[in-house]
Ligand binder design. Sequence first.
Ligand code: HEC
Ligand code: HEC
Ligand code: HEC
Ligand code: HEC
Ligand code: HEC
Ligand code: HEC
Ligand code: HEC
Ligand code: HEC
Ligand code: HEC
Length: 456
Amino acid sequence: MSTTRCVLQYAALAQKQIMMLAATVVLVAGLCATTVHALAAPLSTETRACLACHDKPMVKQFEGAEPVSLRISTQAYLDSMHAATACEDCHADVDPKTHAKVSSPFKSRRELSMSMRDLCRTCHTKKFTQYEDSVHAALVREGSKTAPLCSDCHNPHTVRQGKVAEPIASTPCARCHQDIFKAYSQDVHGQQRAGGSTAAPLCANCHQAHAVKAASLGDGVKKACLSCHQGAVAAHSQWLPNAGRHFEAISCPACHAPDAQRRVNLRLYDLAKDRQVSEKVGVPQFTRLTDAADTKDMGLDERALWSLLKEFNRNGEEGRTSLRGRLEVNSGVQAHQMSDASTAIRDCKVCHQSGAAPFQSVSLTIAGPDGRPLRHGIQSDVLKSLTSMESVRGFYAIGSTRIVLLDRLLVLVLLGSISVPLGHLALKRLFRSARERLEAERLAAQTPNKEGLDHE
Ligand code: HEC
Ligand code: HEC
Ligand code: HEC
Ligand code: HEC
Ligand code: HEC
Ligand code: HEC
Ligand code: HEC
Ligand code: HEC
Ligand code: HEC
């Protein structure tokens, strides 16, 4: 190929669609010369040939999008965990005969990335399998243009050792979940982490990096919390009756983000499988039914809720679908505003009192096809009014098992709302057995201590 022909071809290409920042002459030298500058040892000849062009400031202008840099830094590549991997191992599609001469078929950076989506599987099978099971991968399969592929969290040309994420802003999650990152970086864990403690969690320690699941699915991230705070159940039991039950019914941030707003989430539950009911892909049953039952869009009332449940049971097997309540914070940002334990909610009255704020906001959820909740508002009276007790019995009949949690939520709120003195009496009775048990435990705990002292 003569240099002149090469220059002409290249110039035509550049005019058509590529904006070259580097001097064209220099680039063309790289394109056409048979010798390339010798680079550091481990890179193969082919890789060096690619870098001769690509380690120059060059951008590609996709239609209607920000220009994308095509520059690959040789030094960063050499420093990366992929230094021993040749460009061609990943870019087998690049045909030297046509490359840079014929415009590539991709209309966006995302299209290019998507075309290479399965690539990492070859060498990182385990991570790939984990990722395939994540909410992010489900979103990608649904057609999301913003959910991350492997290469959105790991630049394949600069990957460093996975565990390194200093400063905290270099965690890949920060780029897309900016509001949550901002909240996190100021909360009790973010501050610890920023202060240099690697014992405090980054996003992936609570959510995992690859098998990321919808945060409010199942127990949420409770297991992750308790894996670090192993003494938490015992510590809370010192003052909170049946702490284990509270942990099931209340998400940790509902008490540990004291300024957050709280809400009751009534989750549709599959009693037979003991997990949340999830919407099947392509069958928007939940939205269809809730919209039909709530034409005025004021939130479902008790009657509507009752017939909705009946409907769900009609479609599946009898008596399988029920409700389970959970107290949560109102938004993802608020879930990352946890502060020092001394500020956490300890006052029983925040929840166990007439008109308690957390019970004024109620929603019904089903797990969407990717696990994220689909919501519909419920009128808060449903938890309060006496007649709703009747509908709740209806739920029991349909569910055929008692719905312990909903029952308690109702009883607690009802007790408060009937009359204050009666509420207090009943609450006292409710708590008495727990307090007696605690007292007994405390006495039991003190006795061996005393004996220990006596022996010394
Ligand atoms: C002669 C210089 C040159 C060489 C050598 C070269 N490239 Fe390119 N490369 C380009 C130019 C110019 C573009 C922009 C082409 C376009 O707009 O489609 C490009 C685009 C790309 C893209 C973006 C793909 C796309 O379709 O938009 C990839 C990936 C790439 N090159 C990889 C490589 C690899 C791997 C090698 C070595 C095997 C290599 N290049 C060698 C000049 C070069
Ligand atoms: C481990 C696999 C892997 C290796 C090795 C690799 N690439 Fe890539 N490269 C990718 C993937 C995946 C993309 C898709 C774009 C993205 O999402 O980053 C890409 C994109 C590109 C692009 C388009 C610009 C960009 O950053 O998206 C260029 C240019 C490129 N690679 C060049 C190279 C060159 C030159 C080498 C060798 C020095 C190389 N690549 C080695 C996986 C690899
Ligand atoms: C949402 C962001 C995200 C996505 C998507 C992602 N990763 Fe990761 N990956 C991380 C984070 C964060 C770490 C480091 C922390 C960890 O290992 O838990 C990591 C670590 C790794 C490691 C090093 C593991 C180790 O044991 O040190 C490999 C290899 C890896 N990822 C490969 C992949 C592959 C392959 C894909 C695509 C199937 C992928 N990642 C998708 C965020 C992501
Ligand atoms: C041709 C094989 C190959 C392909 C394809 C490949 N990698 Fe790698 N990758 C490696 C090797 C080899 C290492 C070196 C460290 C190791 O043994 O894990 C590595 C290391 C990594 C690490 C750092 C692991 C650590 O221990 O911290 C990440 C992250 C990573 N790769 C991500 C990716 C992503 C994302 C893709 C797809 C775009 C990809 N890799 C494709 C071979 C490959
Ligand atoms: C490239 C952008 C991108 C990156 C990087 C990314 N995410 Fe996501 N993530 C999304 C999108 C888009 C959604 C779906 C919209 C939403 O729920 O915010 C999502 C959803 C989620 C969800 C489910 C939300 C719910 O309702 O429960 C969690 C949890 C999550 N991401 C955690 C992470 C973690 C942890 C990381 C880092 C390891 C990360 N994400 C990195 C784009 C990203
Ligand atoms: C990777 C381990 C890890 C995970 C996971 C984790 N934490 Fe922590 N947490 C820490 C460390 C380290 C500190 C700071 C040192 C300390 O006070 O124990 C901390 C501090 C706290 C504090 C403040 C304690 C105090 O004495 O003021 C609370 C409250 C807390 N974590 C709650 C949670 C909750 C709730 C979760 C789950 C949503 C969670 N943590 C997940 C490690 C973790
Ligand atoms: C009903 C409200 C409430 C709930 C729910 C709750 N906490 Fe707490 N937590 C508190 C209060 C109040 C304190 C401070 C206790 C004290 O000062 O003795 C505390 C203290 C802590 C501490 C510091 C003391 C210790 O245990 O070492 C950690 C860590 C903690 N909680 C983690 C959790 C985790 C993890 C969850 C969820 C599984 C959770 N908390 C759920 C109210 C709650
Ligand atoms: C200490 C553990 C912990 C850490 C660290 C953490 N999260 Fe979360 N995250 C949670 C909890 C708890 C929830 C709420 C789950 C629930 O409903 O019970 C949550 C919820 C989410 C959600 C869902 C929000 C929604 O709209 O429902 C996303 C997305 C998310 N986190 C992303 C991140 C990202 C990104 C980071 C890092 C910047 C991060 N998380 C760090 C514990 C953590
Ligand atoms: C953040 C809200 C909240 C706070 C604060 C709270 N509770 Fe509860 N509590 C609940 C919810 C929700 C339930 C329902 C759990 C269930 O159905 O088992 C519950 C259940 C109970 C039960 C019945 C537990 C069982 O054995 O099934 C008792 C007793 C109780 N709470 C006492 C207290 C006392 C005493 C305090 C203060 C030290 C307190 N709670 C603080 C929300 C709260």
